[in-house]
Design a protein around this ligand. Structure first.
Ligand SMILES: CSCCC(=O)C(=O)COP(=O)(O)O
Ligand code: ZN
Length: 217
């Protein structure tokens, strides 16, 4: 008997839009991608990337809710002409251009991100020296790790330009950045790692909010 594998199985393993949709549904259920908030992308071997279309409910994405764009933002593929790439695509372009190893870039909005973004007025937010920081790639005893913070300008290209300018001269210690009153963006060398980074960062932010309430940090 022929061992028939339906083609959908094959495309599910090779087309990152399935994993991006699953991740978005998971983040939605955590309250980190409420409504249409946030955007996710995955880089392809030709350096183009699939990104969530703008204004789509992130808890119920399908493969037609993505746009394939180049590193300069040119649209290559979409289900129909009225589907637009995320309004924040230019931030993903900057991340993929600055970090050639990045294969995925995830941006979510949680309550904790917005709370901790007020814990300092400086350009960097010091993270507590938790064991969890190792999951972000810093294997040090008592790590002193800070996450860069950017202002939430109305014009997204201005946010992207400030990220590009700052990171061109000073690389971040961890693959993550905060936009004040807005959200967090992480990048990683795989979709699985990007999902883990979001979870780790969200854990650290939850800890920071709870610790501040308890007068610890
Ligand atoms: C309701 S969230 C406002 C826009 C935003 O910050 C975001 O992450 C979602 O924008 P998109 O265009 O990617 O849907
Ligand atoms: Zn956003």
């Amino acid at each position: 008997m022929l061992n028939y594998q339906p083609s959908v199985t094959n495309s599910k393993t090779t087309d990152p839009r399935f994993e991006l949709s699953d991740a978005a549904r998971y983040f939605y259920r955590q309250d980190w991608m409420v409504g249409t908030a946030g955007n996710l992308s995955a880089r392809l071997p030709d350096d183009s990337f699939w990104i969530t279309a703008s204004g789509k409910a992130k808890g119920e994405l399908s493969t037609s809710d993505f746009v394939r764009v180049t590193l300069t933002g040119e649209i290559l593929e979409r289900a129909s002409a009225n589907i637009k790439p995320s309004a924040e695509t230019i931030i993903h372009q900057v991340i993929y251009s600055l970090f050639p190893a990045a294969q995925a870039c995830y941006h979510v909005h949680s309550i904790e991100v917005n709370l901790v973004s007020h814990f300092t007025e400086k350009l960097n937010l010091l993270l507590p020296p938790l064991e969890m920081v190792k999951g972000l790639g810093v294997w040090e005893e008592n790590p002193q790790v800070a996450i860069p913070i950017f202002e939430n300008h109305l014009e997204v290209p201005q946010i992207a330009a400030e990220i590009s300018d700052r990171f061109s001269t000073q690389l971040p210690q961890v693959p993550a950045l905060l936009i004040r009153n807005h959200g967090v963006t992480v990048w990683a060398d795989s979709l699985t790692s990007a999902r883990n980074y979001v979870e780790l960062i969200e854990y650290i932010f939850r800890y920071m909010v709870a610790a501040r309430q308890a007068g610890i940090f």
